[in-house]
Each structure stands twice: as structure tokens, then as C-alpha cells.
Design a protein around this ligand. Structure first.
Ligand SMILES: [Zn+2]
Length: 172
């Protein structure tokens, strides 16, 4: 999927995060905003739903957790290290975190919510994060490219990625 994101789209994404405060949650918000989703970060549901989700898309009954790879144990991630000393302590702590995450997700899913977890390391690569969101979230609301990128090629590629127009792509 990532290779289907056009160069223009990619440079737009990068321009959004380069030289800015690139906190993972901020990148997630920026991407969602770009895609045209409506969401809350400080709404009542952000405070009351299990696990206090970082981002809530109420209309789509979707929550997004932005998780640190270390504390939430991103499987297979190089950032999910275990400190050398006090290993038992750390392992117990990590286990609790993972269990709690799972419990929250189970409750949310049981209540009809779609749960998306974005990992900190993914958000350091906005292109990757964008690709995840395209896969995880139902239908991108806005297929319009941002104004400064008005470009037929971008529109066509965006539609190809988002599946609105399933035109066969030219084989190279
Ligand atoms: Zn990670």
C-alpha cells in the first residue's frame, strides 16, 4: 500500500511534519485532518471510553490509540526493549500495560467501536501511518487534494489508492 501513495502526496505529508513539533499524536491528527475526518481529542468520549482514547471519530464509531512502542510493547519493534536491571519488575509492568490495553480494546469492540492502534514508530514515518489509516479506516471522506497540490495526477492516484475509481493502472 505505501508504494501507491503518490510522490506529491508524500511530499505534502513530509512538509506537514518536517521542522515542526512532530509528536506522534500531532502527526496522527494532521493526517486525519488531511483526509477530512472529523474527530475529537478532548471530547467527553475521549475521557469516558475505556482506555481514554487519544482520538475519537464519533460519527464513524472509531477510536484511535497512539501508543508508545516501549510502554505498550509494540510487537517485534526495536523500541520495545527491556531494561537490563530489574527485569522482573519491568516485565510485570509491561504485562499489566498490555493486559489493560487488551481489556480496553475488548470492551470497546463489544460496545461496537472500531479500534485502531497507531504506534509511535509508525508515526515517525507519516507515509507509513497514512497507509495504515487508509487500510484501517472506512472510506476517506475527502478525496480532494489540498489546495496547494491541485494536480490531476494526484487526484487520479489518490482515487486509485482510495478505491473510488478502480481504473486499471498502466503496467510499466
Ligand atoms: Zn514500534
Amino acid at each position: 500500500m505505501p508504494d501507491k501513495i503518490s510522490k506529491l502526496h508524500r511530499s505534502w505529508l513530509m512538509s506537514r511534519v518536517r521542522g515542526r513539533d512532530t509528536k506522534p499524536e500531532r502527526i496522527a491528527r494532521s493526517l486525519l485532518h488531511h483526509f477530512g475526518y472529523r474527530f475529537t481529542v478532548n471530547g467527553p468520549k475521549n475521557k469516558t471510553l475505556p482506555g481514554k482514547p487519544d482520538i475519537v471519530l464519533p460519527a464513524r464509531k472509531t477510536v484511535i490509540f497512539v501508543h508508545g512502542c516501549f510502554w505498550h510493547r509494540h510487537p517485534g519493534c526495536k523500541h520495545a526493549t527491556t531494561p537490563k536491571s530489574n527485569q522482573e519488575y519491568w516485565q510485570a509492568k509491561f504485562r499489566r500495560n498490555v493486559e489493560r490495553d487488551l481489556e480496553n480494546e475488548t470492551k470497546l469492540v463489544a460496545a461496537g467501536w472500531r479500534v485502531v492502534t497507531l504506534w509511535e514508530c509508525e508515526l515517525k514515518d507519516p507515509e507509513k501511518a497514512a497507509a495504515r489509516l487508509i487500510v484501517e479506516l472506512p472510506r476517506i471522506p475527502s478525496l480532494e487534494p489540498p489546495e496547494e497540490l491541485e494536480d490531476h495526477q494526484l487526484v487520479a492516484e489518490t482515487q486509485a489508492v482510495y478505491g473510488k475509481k478502480r481504473k486499471p493502472r498502466n503496467s510499466r
